[in-house]
Design a protein around this ligand. Structure first.
Ligand code: NAP
Length: 281
């Protein structure tokens, strides 16, 4: 019998904890914690994400500063905004909602964000520190997944962990976190040979691919812990994950649902990172 890891409930608990820490920080320092959220363009999904992040800020007592820029905004204007936020002492964290419109140089824009305000944990310095297992701001989605393991007392030491997907925002930092937690990690991607066999050996399987119901029951070992990062649409346009949940769940010891799994954890960890970046400076 599998156990569902309830990301919605855990995220609520983390937000409540962050709310307390934020209140204590504000009492002691006499200042509010501020998060700048920059959205360029009109992408409907990005607008929803930004709205949810602003709502979460309100809930935990972080002041949000939203910057909505026109889809045609020039590179120089975006850079100028990020530079001014970088030196603004009301701002503890800067989040640029991705993806940016194609005419913008995403890498260059993200590089301007100072490490200590990089609440997404995407900077070269933060990812470098993560690879060295040093304290840093960690990418929110994989960090949220680590909290899920922790909350269920799932030990990772000596486990075979397989991550499918090597993106900079999910797959790679996930592989590093699992390595730091003493798992033996295989990081898979679209060129991986014998993917099914590799996955079927995993004690812990993390799917971050972006393809609906890609992970089928024959790819999952009996008793595996399966974490579904995907936020996809099925053939009827319904939200689903990268894992064929209905057919996979019975083989698992633990599995995350979509929705209500990894998604809410990402925003909770963003709140946590924003608190951390204020508390550490
Ligand atoms: P991404 O940048 O598009 O990367 C997808 C990865 O999957 C790539 O490394 C790609 O391999 C790999 N891949 C694609 N097809 C494959 C195949 N047939 N076999 C093996 N690997 C394959 O995606 P992402 O940004 O990491 O996001 C992945 C999913 O997670 C999406 O559904 C996204 O919406 C979701 N997501 C959810 C959250 C959340 O908070 N829940 C946060 C972020 C992302 P190559 O590198 O070889 O191309």
């Amino acid at each position: 019998m599998y156990k569902l890891i309830d990301g919605k409930k855990l995220a609520q608990e983390i937000r409540a904890e962050v709310k307390q820490k934020v209140a204590e920080y504000s009492r002691n320092s006499g200042r509010e914690i501020g998060l700048a959220v920059v959205l360029v363009g009109e992408d409907p999904a990005s607008k929803v994400y930004v709205r949810n992040k602003i709502k979460a800020c309100e809930e935990v007592g972080i002041k949000s500063f939203a910057y909505y820029l026109d889809k045609d905004t020039a590179q120089a204007r975006v850079e100028e905004l990020i530079r001014s936020l970088s030196v603004d002492n009301k701002i503890d964290g800067i989040l640029v909602q991705l993806p940016l419109p194609p005419h913008l140089d995403e890498k260059k824009i993200l590089e301007i964000i100072p490490d200590k305000k990089d609440v997404d944990g995407f900077s070269a310095s933060n990812t470098g520190k993560l690879s060295k297992n040093e304290p840093c701001l960690v990418a929110c989605t994989p960090n949220g997944i680590m909290k899920m393991f922790e909350s269920e007392n799932i030990s990772l030491t000596g486990k075979n962990a397989v991550v499918i997907g090597r993106s900079n925002i999910v797959g790679k930092p996930m592989a590093m976190l699992l390595t730091n937690a003493n798992a033996t990690v295989t990081l898979c991607h679209s060129k991986t040979a014998n993917l099914k066999e590799v996955c079927a050996r995993a004690d812990v399987l993390v799917a971050a691919i972006g393809k609906p119901k890609f992970v089928t029951a024959d790819m999952v070992k009996e008793g595996a812990v399966v974490i579904d990062v995907g936020m996809d649409r099925d053939e009827n346009g319904k939200l689903c994950g990268d894992v064929d949940f209905e057919n996979v769940k019975e083989k698992c010891s633990y599995i995350t649902p979509v929705p209500g799994g990894v998604g809410p954890m990402t925003i909770a960890m963003l709140m946590y990172n924003t608190y951390l970046s204020a508390a550490r400076s």
